[in-house]
Design a protein around this ligand. Sequence first.
Ligand SMILES: [Zn+2]
Length: 63
Amino acid sequence: MPVLDSGLLAVLGCPRCKGCLSVHVERGLETLRCASCRCDWPVEDGVPHLLPELGRRWDSTSE
Ligand SMILES: [Zn+2]
């Protein structure tokens, strides 16, 4: 069950490319995923941590 609502996601943007973020759940952990630059940002207790240095690439094949 996503903790983050779509209204919050509409306000937030990718800290790297300003693209749209979507909630991605992997092994029970929520992350905010940017499809544009292919990075995930961590979410802790429903609070997204959108710092550029925290971005984690989920697709390293297209580097
Ligand atoms: Zn991005």
